[in-house]
Design a protein around this ligand. Structure first.
Ligand code: GLA
Length: 464
């Protein structure tokens, strides 16, 4: 921890930020951090000793809705981030404010049970982090935190997971504690489920394990990460569909339904395999590569009654049966039924694509990577059914405008698309999207707020 005047020293601040941001953005970032420190130093929470923290957003190149099935992903942490200045408190309170006053503040006492905020409030993510640490019997101290974010929210770039990770780091450091990144990533993923999403572990792992100029190949069970360099002559352009996909409300319900459908598919396949005298599986990721789910699952959707019967009669051997029956009970039946075959077809084919994509990136074969991104989008659209008209239109226009690969990224149902473009074609490509999607299709006259490049960036940590 340092005195506020040490944090305010512009020269050492710039030294700290070098490497975290692109050279041309260093001055603007230094100004941003200085403003945050100044604003905090004027607030009632400022104390003699403070520290700076940063948690990046992430973009996923390929491997969507695979993580909660224990199948791999290929994301990277990006240079859009949440930064925070934090000071420990002597009471048991957590007080968090945002430089954007319209967000209001979040205050709670560490001993309060979670959740205490209304659904959708950003304070839930801070409480979730604190609760996750408390569950590990860690002695958490109160803290005051002021944050500033450049990650668009409800856009599929993990602003909420970045907040969970940032809050966990703040709570740990304020209490003089430390935790190894892999353990913290798993803790943060479990903690975020307090907010109601049945998410996997990709976001928290990418946010913590990110590395400058490198893409992350993340595997689960056990969580592990290998990094692959991103080629210098290519660019990653993010294009927001302008459709908000909040991790609450209907997008959360649709996300959780996908997660439930995958678990149900694994349970039915598991029962089938046991009846055939073969090994049982409880997650799609446990199936051997090349497994054809249509052997065990029917083409059309399943009704709730049908699934309850299957789970009751066939799954004597499948653990988690009680959990699945209760989740099914609470879930509304989709009009087309529960689409188990489509979901498992997506997950199993996407798992194969992620492996191929990682190999292509390692070999510098960007065209194969791009082609896999296109096929992934089609599978997200047709089998996982997580796309929407705007995302599909953006991807279609992208493909016609000369990108190497593009697809929706993140949970889907709105949010962003990710485009892999050669650096020499970037400006022209950007102009095409501005005109053909934003102006012509959406009537948006200032597309620049929806279009930005990102670079692979370092993972979350205490800066000074
Ligand atoms: C959200 C979840 C992740 C992952 C993606 C989809 O970002 O938080 O765990 O499932 O959606 O790939």
């Amino acid at each position: 921890m340092n005195s506020l005047s040490v944090l305010q020293d512009e020269h050492s601040l710039q030294q700290t930020l070098r490497g975290l941001y692109r050279e041309e953005e260093l001055s603007a970032q230094t100004i941003r951090y200085t403003r945050l420190i100044d604003e905090f130093s004027r607030s009632e929470h400022a104390d003699g000793q403070a520290f700076l923290i940063r948690a990046p957003g992430r973009v996923n190149l390929i491997g969507e809705h695979t993580d909660y099935n224990d199948c791999p992903v290929l994301p990277m942490a990006v240079d859009r981030d949440i930064i925070g200045i934090c000071t420990p408190r002597d009471d048991r309170k957590v007080v968090v404010t945002d430089t954007d006053a319209s967000f209001g503040s979040c205050r709670f006492t560490i001993d309060e049970p979670v959740p205490a905020h209304r659904p959708g409030h950003w304070g839930n993510y801070i409480q979730a982090a604190v609760q996750g640490l408390k569950d590990q019997q860690l002695e958490i101290r109160g803290f005051s935190l002021m944050i500033d974010s450049t990650i668009p929210s409800a856009a599929g770039l993990s602003s909420s997971s970045a907040l969970v990770v940032l809050s966990a780091l703040a709570a740990l450091h304020a209490g003089g504690l430390q935790m190894e990144n892999l353990r913290l990533a798993q803790l943060a993923a479990a903690a975020e489920r307090y907010t109601g999403t049945a998410g996997g572990g990709m976001d928290q792992a990418a946010i913590l394990l990110g590395e400058t100029s490198r893409v992350l190949k993340i595997d689960f069970a056990p969580l592990r990460c290998r990094t692959v360099p991103f080629p210098e002559d290519h660019r990653i352009l993010i294009a927001h569909s302008s459709i908000s996909a909040p991790k609450t409300g209907s997008a959360m319900e649709a996300y959780n339904l996908r997660s439930l459908e995958c678990s149900l598919a694994a349970a039915l396949i598991g029962s089938y395999e046991v009846l055939q005298g073969r090994a049982r599986c409880t997650l799609l990721g446990e199936l051997p590569s090349g497994y054809d789910p249509s052997i065990a699952l029917k083409q059309t959707g399943y009704t709730k009654d049908e699934l309850q019967r299957h789970l009751g009669e066939l799954c004597e051997e499948v653990p988690l049966r009680a959990r699945l029956l209760s989740a099914l009970e609470k879930s509304a039946e989709p009009s087309e039924g529960f689409s188990l075959l489509k979901r498992s077809r997506h997950v199993l084919s996407e798992r194969r694509r992620v492996e191929q994509a990682a190999r292509a990136l390692e070999a510098g074969d960007m065209h194969s990577l791009g082609e896999l991104m296109h096929v992934s989008h089609e599978s997200c659209r047709d089998d996982m059914q997580i796309s929407c008209t705007e995302l599909d239109t953006l991807v279609e226009i992208g493909r016609q405008s000369g990108c190497i690969g593009c697809r929706l990224t993140g949970a889907g149902f709105g949010g962003c698309t990710v485009h892999l473009v050669h650096k020499d074609l970037l400006q022209d490509y950007r102009n095409q999207l501005s005109k053909r999607f934003y102006r012509d299709c959406m009537g948006i006259t200032d597309p620049d707020r929806f279009l930005f490049t990102v670079v692979p960036s370092a993972g979350a940590r205490i800066l000074i």
